[in-house]
Design a protein around this ligand. Structure first.
Ligand SMILES: [Zn+2]
Length: 202
């Protein structure tokens, strides 16, 4: 029988993604052994994270205010919209320096096996964003080059047909199956520079 405080901490830790019950206990034991500063710093950091970081109301990326620094930046090219799966992808693409437009984060990709359909993603937000902003003339589909990312790109390209938009897809510099977030900067930069017109079912 565990001490209630240990049991509680382990239960909360194991509710986090990628942490099973054994890892949760290891983390709890580690914190018990460490200086009390460590637990307090961690608790404080988590409270501040939740208080100070949120999702941008326009693009869905990480932000410290209603609009993120990229959406607030008047020097960004508002004719280009780059569609990514996760907030982390924004940082990966920013690091390449190859894209100066705005972003739209889907918060995932279509994955029937995981029960994730178009309605679970920020696709309707994307459609209304495009419908209400006629400055947008290019949509760059930068979902991951995985089965799910390709299906998602295809779904969005279909949903946007009939609009006067140039729909492009990052080129295949990023290896198939790889996540954009972890692609190396040079490769990802090249795949954005060499983006191609999107052909459905490609
Ligand atoms: Zn934003």
């Amino acid at each position: 029988m565990l001490f209630p405080s240990l049991e509680n901490a382990a239960r909360l830790l194991s509710s986090l993604p990628g942490i099973g019950s054994r890892s949760a206990l290891r983390i709890a034991f580690h914190l018990i052994r460490s200086d009390s500063d460590k637990s307090e710093d961690l608790a404080e950091a988590l409270i501040r994270l939740k208080k100070e970081v949120r999702f941008c109301s326009l693009c869905g990326g990480l932000s410290d205010a209603d609009l993120c620094p990229i959406c607030r930046d008047e020097t960004r090219d508002r004719s280009q919209l780059c569609i990514v799966e996760e907030p982390g992808d924004v940082y990966a693409i920013e690091k390449t320096g190859e894209f100066k437009g705005l972003y739209h984060v889907l918060m995932g990709a279509i994955s029937p096996l995981d029960g994730i359909g178009p309605g679970d993603l920020r696709i309707s937000e994307l459609e209304s964003r495009i419908a209400s902003d006629d400055r947008i003339n290019e949509v760059l589909l930068a979902t991951n080059p995985t089965l799910e990312g390709d299906v998602t790109a295809d779904y969005i390209a279909n949903a946007l047909t009939g609009r006067n938009l140039n729909i492009t897809r990052i080129s295949h510099g990023v290896p198939t199956g790889a996540a954009i977030e972890y692609a190396d900067r040079v490769t990802l930069g090249r795949s954005i520079r060499q983006r191609q017109d999107y052909r459905r079912g490609d």
